[in-house]
Design a protein around this ligand. Structure first.
Ligand code: ZN
Length: 134
């Protein structure tokens, strides 16, 4: 029992020094793999603040970089930032939405009546058509 115990302690000590040695001499391939892993995770979690910022009319790509580099700061920033209304309006117009002439809200391209104020687009286009004939 006594020699066995001695061996056990020797192995433990060797293991401890061996462990330190491996930490100090990490192979470049393992380090590269870890770096790639960290970058992939950063790129993925960076999508969250980028998506939130994009919904508020901000540019996606700079927010993605910001979110990947500083996720802890970028996420609350994206949540608390005020929406960029002119940019959101431009994006809506680009995707076919129209602006209600009465209440200035953005409504779907095929809407006949404004869902916010009840403005009748059909009537407006008919009046516009009559005025066009004259
Ligand atoms: Zn309206």
């Amino acid at each position: 029992m006594a020699p066995g115990r001695a061996n056990f302690f020797k192995l433990k000590r060797r293991g401890a020094t061996g462990g330190l040695r491996t930490v100090g001499a990490l192979s470049p391939t393992i380090r590269l793999g870890q770096i790639v892993e960290i970058l992939l995770v950063a790129a993925l979690i960076g999508l969250i603040p980028a998506y939130i910022a994009q919904k508020k009319g901000r540019s996606f790509f700079p927010w993605w970089i910001y979110g990947a580099l500083l996720f802890i700061v970028a996420l609350p920033h994206a949540i608390l930032i005020k929406p960029n209304l002119p940019q959101m309006e431009r994006a809506a117009l680009d995707s076919g939405y129209k602006k209600c002439p009465r209440c200035a809200e953005m409504v779907k391209p095929n809407a006949k009546i404004c869902r916010f104020c009840g403005h009748n687009f059909d009537l407006q286009s008919r009046i516009g058509g009559i005025e066009g004939i004259r």
